[in-house]
Structures are given as C-alpha cells and as structure tokens.
Design a protein around this ligand. Structure first.
Ligand code: CA
Length: 228
C-alpha cells in the first residue's frame, strides 16, 4: 500500500527537496503552501502523514493541528526554525507527534516519519510495552527493567516516568505531557520534579549521565527515549 504524505511548506526549495526525497522512498506526496490550502485539501482527502512547517504565510498551523487531531489519528510532524521553540511546544501539546528543526537531513525526516507511523499503527492494536536497545531492556507488563543483564530497582515514580517514555519511544515527549501523565494535572508547574527524577533515572541507566545515550534531552521541549 502506498503511503500518502501531505507536505505543508511555503519555502519552494524545501518543499521540492522533501517532495523529491519522499517520492524516492515510495511515498505519494501532495503539497500545500499555506494553512488555508492545507485545510481545504484535508477536507477532501486525508493523507497517512502530515508534515507541517511552522512558519506559514497565513498562520502557525496550531489550529490545523487541533482540527486534524479532533477527528483523526494520522501522524503529524512539525518542521520549524530554531527560534520557534515556544510554538513548537504548543503544537506538540496540541497533538503533533514530533518535530524537526531546520536544517534537517532527509534521513532524519524519514526516520521520524517511520517512528510516527509505527506508533500510530501500534496504538490502534496494542500499546508499545517492550523496549530494547543495546544494554537496556524494559518490559512494562512484567514491570522489569534490565541493564547490562542486571535487573534494575526503580522507584514507583522512576518506573512511571520511564514507562511513559517507552510508550513513546523514539518520539519527543514534552515536559507538560510528562508532568501530567506521571504526576497529574496539578503538577504542571513542578518541572523540578521532572529534572530530579530524570537525573535519578539517568544515574541508574546511563554509563555517563552527562552524555546520555538513552534518555535524551530535547532542549526547551522535553525528553526522548532513543529510538529502538
Ligand atoms: Ca516557512
């Protein structure tokens, strides 16, 4: 089955580059240059993946994300410039799956699309409950975390935090999403909890917590468990 991608990007060169590289990979590519053109297209025809540039001539795309997310589960990848960090977080919280900061490589874009499609595919059947990468393996249903062959003892909160990242492995999870899902709505402002527990988790899992290979920091946005 051919996967269909809608690329919303007003920059002609980037649009052409994304179109060419996704076509080579076998995707059927449709393009739009503005929020209004994209919403018009989406009303008629739903793609399998949406790639959305943040800086568009008629808006920042957040309404588009909300609109699509209300009705559909398709993966949404946001492409942004470095200075658009605050908007990027809003978009992720509104339901976008992941983001790429310009300039990005085509390989990165494809990898993110694959992860997002895999997640969307699996959430329809069963949630991701097992994670294995190099020395680390996590089995959520058995409540088991192993590192270099040894069972790790995590506190309840450390396990909840790791489990939340496993369920979204390979994808960025915002500070807000982590605080709400692990601690609850009323802890939204307590970002220091997150920093503290992340430091504890890294100390238990990482060889060098200062240069993590599993629990990655997405500066100003959140955290990402390295893709399997
Ligand atoms: Ca743009």
């Amino acid at each position: 089955m051919t996967m269909r991608v809608l690329v919303v990007e007003d920059d002609k060169e980037i649009r052409a580059l994304i179109r060419a590289s996704l076509s080579v990979e076998g995707f059927e590519v449709q393009t739009a240059v503005s929020v209004s053109e994209a919403s018009a297209l989406l009303k008629h025809d739903l793609p399998d993946v949406l790639v959305l540039d943040l800086g568009l001539p008629d808006g920042d795309g957040i309404e588009l994300v909300r609109e699509v997310r209300k009705q559909h589960g398709l993966p949404i990848l946001v492409v942004s410039a470095r200075h658009q960090e605050a908007q990027k977080i809003q978009l992720l919280d509104a339901g976008a799956d992941d983001y790429l900061t310009k300039p990005f490589s085509v390989g990165e874009l494809l990898a993110r699309i694959r992860v997002a499609l895999r997640h969307r595919g699996t959430t329809l059947t069963a949630a991701v409950t097992e994670y294995t990468l190099d020395d680390l393996s996590v089995d959520l249903s058995a409540h088991l975390v192993r590192c270099k062959g040894e069972t790790l003892h995590l506190t309840k909160t450390e396990f909840k935090l790791l489990a939340r990242l496993v369920r979204s492995s390979g994808k960025v999870v915002t500070h807000r999403q982590l605080l709400v899902d692990v601690w609850g709505d009323e802890f939204l402002e307590h970002t220091h909890y997150l920093r503290l527990y992340m430091a504890q988790l890294r100390a238990k899992i990482e060889d060098n917590p200062a240069e993590p290979r599993y629990l990655l920091t997405e500066t100003g946005v959140g955290y990402r468990l390295a893709a399997m």
